[in-house]
Design a protein around this ligand. Structure first.
Ligand code: ADP
Ligand code: MG
Length: 281
């Protein structure tokens, strides 16, 4: 047991979250009153059309960006009002991140990359947890390799191990399979799922891919910055169905447009936040 989760078993809670980018007539309300709870020990997916606020929600609940109003709780800690220093500490110790582009440091070995968050926090790995995480990645014989010497799927599993090594309250993954072929993607998704089922971790994954979302136990849908339903025990078909119906409701005159193709917004958002996750700047 991790012992860091509030008794209610809620790893992350957002209440009436609003995020407005910009000012005046050009302001964009990326989150428009989102309330959602993410139970601990579960694999959650967040889905929705490009621009619906998925990445913004992830950045706000992960403490990478400040919401305009509303509250965020990770475990029993309220993020609103935390100082920058406290937020940086929280991100380093209580939250793990996996990004689409792996974000490994090219000059470090796999082992050094995995240990980086602990090193930044001035901590050492718990030997049992290290063995457990490395065994789960299946990368024990690749630890001395640098990222360039590894496949995309292997690099992403190193990134997952790096996210897990601090025993975080929650791992956030933004399109973790977006740069992988379907086989490597399935390996990473299977790995994330086993971290939840076997290692009692909590994963919140943003994805636009119904097949990826079906690895989760629950899918939360966003549309236009608002919660637009959820699915428990999703399959690729039920997810697609939900997306089609949602897009029909939003645009009654147009045919269903939900698709699994990546959009520029999905591919490009969050560069500054990625950097902040590791540097604390
Ligand atoms: P998704 O991840 O679902 O594609 P995002 O959360 O990236 O959506 O974006 C939600 C909305 O907020 C979009 O309209 C997007 O253009 C806008 N947005 C996202 N980030 C910024 C930013 N840094 N500045 C201004 N607008 C932004
Ligand atoms: Mg996005």
């Amino acid at each position: 047991m991790k012992g860091k989760i509030a008794p209610a078993g809620i790893a992350v809670a957002a209440t009436d979250l609003v995020k407005v980018y910009g000012f005046g007539p050009t302001a964009i309300r990326a989150l428009d009153g989102v309330s959602a709870e993410f139970a601990s020990g579960e694999f959650h997916a967040i889905m929705g059309p490009s621009g619906s606020g998925k990445s913004t929600l992830m950045h706000c609940v992960a403490g990478l960006d400040a919401a305009t109003s509303g509250s965020v709780r990770i475990g029993d800690r309220e993020l609103t009002g935390l100082s920058d220093k406290a937020l940086t500490r929280l991100r380093r110790t209580s939250v793990g991140f996996v990004f689409q582009s792996f974000n490994l440091l090219p000059t470090l070995t796999a082992e050094q990359n995995i240990l980086l968050p602990l090193e930044l926090a001035g901590a050492r790995p718990d030997p049992d947890w290290w063995d457990t995480v490395i065994a789960a990645t299946g990368l024990a014989d690749r630890l001395s390799h640098r990222p360039a010497e590894m496949s995309g799927g292997q690099q992403q599993r190193v990134a997952c191990a790096r996210a897990l090594i601090t025993k975080p309250d929650v791992v956030f993954a933004d399109e973790p399979t977006g740069n992988l072929d379907s086989r490597a993607g399935a390996e990473v998704l299977g790995f994330l799922r086993s971290c939840v089922s076997k290692l009692d971790q909590t994963v919140i994954m943003v994805t636009h891919d119904p097949a990826a979302a079906s690895y989760a136990g629950r899918v939360l849908f966003l549309a236009d910055g608002q919660v637009a339903g959820e699915l428990l025990g999703p399959t690729p078909d039920t997810v697609l169905d939900h997306l089609r119906r949602a897009s029909d409701q939003l645009r009654p005159d147009s045919p269903a447009t939900a698709s699994s193709s990546s959009s520029p917004a999905d591919r490009t958002s969050g560069g500054a936040h990625r950097a902040r996750a590791w540097t604390g700047e």
